[in-house]
Design a protein around this ligand. Structure first.
Ligand code: AMP
Length: 623
């Protein structure tokens, strides 16, 4: 958190000089940016050539590490020791990545399909977190050299669809690189900030962020209102990007030179040379109508029209994904007020044209599409540092969070779409006399029964002093930070016994899973409600039976034999009803017992006993 200093002489608040940096930790390239004289700038490499640092890590034979452009050069000559696309592995298990393992040129460990993946380089195993930390260290060093001052705080961006585990992994990578990660920000949110969208407190609009990078395509639909960026839907293709445009050109040239096709298998350099020339051609065709070059003495040509014919099917696929994203958000193209372009491959004229046509409006494409995410991250960092605008950017939590109460019911503590950061508390009590331990199980989802929701974790609050059921007061707090990471605190107020845990689910939730959970909650709403009503009736019966038992024990001296018998038989009837599945029968039995016991309770002198007969001393639910 930024601190505020006050100048004691003038009595004025001193603006913090603290610098918080913005980092775009990308699949193919990463960048670091900061606010210079009020405007965001991306920091160039020490040679002053480019702000893009390839997200590539190379391990040299002596164990030292190279990151960036130099590491990228080793991709062809030493693929086994050169790691790329590590972002694709963040927060994933071997099972998650098995299907596209062949894509990686390095060794992914398959010993344990369930645990988070590791990568083997020589005799060492690295987690994607450690490898990402190497990239972050390089960026940190880059900006420290450029500014001549140390930095220790950062905002890092992630794709909007990143789940808990992936966000947490990103945060851990930052920590490992010596950075305190103040906020994890969605990439489309950062991109819109770079264009100033969402910076006015009264901004209220729906926008599309189209992000076509080297190897991935993402489309995100965001709704912005009062400083809240809500992700309505995301779609895309994790294996579609500018690299596929290069490949289309390579295939085109190979068709004209079948001899190269055979040569490729033996001659690794040929493949690399072709790839470089194809990329040069593609970039040139973003401005020019024609490209001509020479490879190994052979002239090669391609026109813009030819190129566009080749990539048309790929561009069409991105438009299909846009349609799907809009459909999922329940919107049509005319509902979109702004379209923001991100990623180097959006410089391709055909891409711009197709996107502008689909949404029927001009594009936000004036900023460098490689840099917008990092620039936006720098703006967010500056806002957090308190240096800029009096803006608070808020996100919302996509699924409700709650805990399991007696009988497997989901008790929602933080409803979906709550603004984060958030802190909410609620009181509970015990369900059995003398209960010393209390299990707190935390779930995420919209269904009434926890068994249909997703468990995030559980812990046990131990050492509650023995008390009658219903007497302990257990306060449970949910503290959700701005990155969507949840801490849960439980405290028994009478004894002060306390426990706190951070809910770190090993695997977060995928977009599809989240959509499924929301749809199911609507589909099952009616049956869930019935199940909930029955469970609630049973819980109430349980509480009242306990209280009556206690009441009879404590007041045995003055209760008549007839009164005791009548209470016992009404309690028996309630017990039987509670074993059945008819909630109305339970309510009838409850009413009968309450009607008979209420006057007796009034007669009892001890006010506390009278209260405990009502069963809900403090109006808290039992866990
Ligand atoms: P990114 O992952 O956002 O850095 O995007 C990199 C992709 O953008 C690569 O496929 C680049 O070849 C591509 N790219 C960069 N400059 C241009 C350009 N002028 N025209 C078309 N594609 C480009």
């Amino acid at each position: 958190m930024p601190s505020i200093a006050i100048d004691l002489k003038s009595g004025e608040v001193v603006k913090s000089k603290e610098l918080i940096i913005g980092i775009d930790l990308g699949t193919t390239n990463s960048l670091v940016a900061y606010i210079k004289d009020g405007a965001p700038v991306a920091v160039k490499d020490p040679q002053g050539k480019s702000a893009l640092a390839p997200s590539v890590i190379h391990f040299r034979p002596d164990g030292s590490v190279l990151v960036g452009e130099e590491a990228k050069e080793k991709l062809v000559s030493d693929p086994a020791h050169t790691i790329y696309s590590v972002k694709r592995l963040m927060g994933k298990s071997y099972r998650d990545v098995k299907a596209f393992e062949h894509y990686f040129g390095y060794q992914i460990i398959d010993e344990d399909a369930e645990r988070l993946v590791k990568i083997r380089v020589n005799d060492r195993f690295y987690t994607p977190i450690e490898l990402s930390a190497e990239i972050l260290k390089t960026l940190k060093a880059r900006i420290e050299t450029a500014l001549g001052q140390p930095v220790s705080k950062a905002v890092i961006t992630v794709p909007a669809y990143f789940n808990d585990a992936q966000r947490q992994a990103t945060r851990d990578a930052g920590k490992l690189a010596g950075l305190e990660v103040l906020r994890i920000v969605n990439e489309p949110t950062a991109a819109s900030l770079a264009y100033g969208i969402g910076l006015q407190p009264d901004d209220n609009q729906t926008i599309a962020v189209y992000d076509l990078g080297g190897g991935t395509f993402d489309i995100s639909i965001l709704h912005i209102h009062d400083g809240v960026f809500e992700v309505l839907s995301t779609n895309g293709d994790t294996f579609l990007g500018g690299d596929d445009f290069d490949r289309a050109i390579i295939d085109h040239w190979l068709q004209q030179h079948p001899d190269w096709q055979q040569q490729l298998a033996q001659d690794r350099n040929l493949g690399q040379e072709l790839r470089l020339l194809a990329e040069t051609a593609k970039k040139q065709l973003s401005q020019a109508e024609d490209f001509s070059g020479v490879l190994r003495g052979v002239p090669l040509r391609i026109s813009r029209t030819q190129f566009e014919d080749l990539i048309y099917p790929l561009v069409k696929r991105t438009i299909e994904a846009c349609k799907n994203a809009l459909r999922d958000a329940g919107l049509t193209p005319t509902d979109i007020q702004r379209v923001v372009m991100v990623g180097g491959a959006t410089r391709t004229p055909l891409v711009k044209q197709a996107v502008a046509e689909f949404f029927g409006r001009p594009l936000f494409d004036k900023l460098n599409p490689d840099e917008v995410v990092a620039l936006g991250a720098a703006i967010q960092a500056d806002i957090l540092a308190g240096n800029q605008r009096d803006m608070l950017l808020i996100d919302v939590t996509p699924l409700s969070l709650g805990i399991e109460t007696l009988g497997g019911l989901m008790d929602i503590i933080l409803p979906r779409n709550s603004k984060v950061p958030a802190r909410v508390g609620r009181r509970y009590t015990t369900s059995a006399d003398g209960q010393r331990n209390l299990k707190v199980a935390v779930y995420q989802g919209e269904r009434d029964l926890v068994q249909h929701n997703r468990k995030l974790g559980e812990f046990i609050l131990r050492g509650i002093p023995p008390m009658p059921a219903g007497l302990p007061q257990i306060e449970i707090h949910f503290i959700l930070d701005a990155d969507g990471i949840l801490r849960v605190k439980a405290k028994e107020l009478r004894s002060g016994v306390e426990q706190e845990v951070e809910m770190r689910s090993q695997y977060g939730i995928s977009e599809e899973e989240m959509a499924r959970m929301l749809i199911e909650s609507v589909q099952h709403a009616q049956e869930d409600m019935a199940a909930r009503a029955l469970l609630e009736a049973r819980n109430e019966a349980h509480t009242v039976l306990l209280s009556v038992e206690r009441f009879v024990k404590q007041n045995a001296s003055w209760l008549s034999a007839e009164e005791k018998d009548r209470l016992a038989s009404l309690a028996n009837a309630l017990r039987t009803a509670a074993e059945g599945a008819d909630k109305d029968l339970i309510h009838q039995a409850l009413e009968a017992l309450n009607a008979y016991s209420a006057p007796l309770a009034h007669r009892a002198l001890d006010a506390h006993v009278a209260q405990s007969l009502k069963g809900q001393t403090v109006g808290e639910q039992a866990l």
